[in-house]
Design a protein around this ligand. Structure first.
Ligand code: ADP
Ligand code: MG
Length: 238
């Protein structure tokens, strides 16, 4: 299950308040996009959900369990980093297997999980290569594979496609949407790109200076924007 609830979550860095207070409900299986201009607090909010950053106040619940003070590894979520976070000296197989080896899972079970992740991601024929021998899209899929094997209750993506060229971004957008259709696992996807938000999301959360301006489906936001900020942000290409 991957129901995530934020209750009055706030964040300040020293004297600077970055997130004044956010309430948000994410349902199991939803593809939720956090969108907003650079510096509005998207990454901070995602990192608070992941447990990589402490909230200054408020609570985070996963499937009804208060995880506010739980370590990241205990939350059952997987953060997908950009592809350059792969280990260059390890094969694709070992990159994907890495979190399971850290968890001391037995080799047979690891092998099964890696094989299955590679199948889902069309990486079966690339398992013995190293990241340097892969295309940008393949490398990004390996980064996703490393998350899949942990069978998280939600995947958290922070602008995973921002270092890819435009054509590849389009392809990867479709691949991640397809992956969501297959796995039906909750995904939270951070981007400043309106096109990604509109094409990928079940639910879009529009952020502006640490506040939620609107939560709704792409159609809701397009046809019934709450205010000029949402209308301008969703309406205008970047
Ligand atoms: P986004 O991901 O939407 O671009 P961030 O969440 O990275 O925005 O940052 C939101 C605000 O918080 C920015 O003003 C940024 O400078 C500030 N910020 C983020 N991390 C830190 C930090 N570790 N220390 C101080 N300020 C930070
Ligand atoms: Mg960011």
């Amino acid at each position: 299950m991957g129901n995530i609830r934020l209750k009055n979550v706030s964040k300040s860095f020293a004297a600077t308040t970055v997130i004044p207070g956010i309430d948000l409900d994410i349902q199991d299986g939803e593809f939720v996009v956090f969108v907003g201009p650079s510096g509005c607090g998207k990454s901070t909010l995602l990192r608070i959900i992941a447990g990589l950053e402490d909230a200054t106040a408020g609570h985070i619940e996963i499937d009804g369990r208060d995880v506010t003070n739980e370590a990241p590894a205990k939350r059952g979520l997987a953060m997908v980093f950009q592809s350059y976070a792969l280990y260059p000296h390890m094969t694709v197989r070992n990159n994907i297997a890495f979190p399971l080896k850290m968890a001391k899972m037995d080799e047979g079970a690891i092998d099964k999980k890696v094989t299955e992740a590679a199948r889902v991601l069309n990486l079966t024929n690339y398992l013995d290569r190293r990241p340097g021998q892969l295309s940008g899209g393949q490398r990004q899929r390996v980064a996703i594979g490393r998350a899949i094997v942990r069978e998280p209750s939600a995947f958290l993506f922070d602008e995973p496609l921002s270092n890819l060229d435009a054509a590849l971004r389009g392809t990867m957008r479709l691949e991640i949407s397809e992956l969501h259709n297959q796995l039906k696992t909750t995904m939270i996807y951070v981007t400043h790109d309106q096109v990604e938000a509109m094409t990928m999301a079940d639910k879009i959360v529009v952020l502006n200076a640490g506040n939620i301006e609107q939560v709704g489906s792409p159609l809701d936001l397009y046809h019934k924007p709450n205010n000029l900020f949402v209308a301008g942000f969703i309406g205008s290409p970047r």
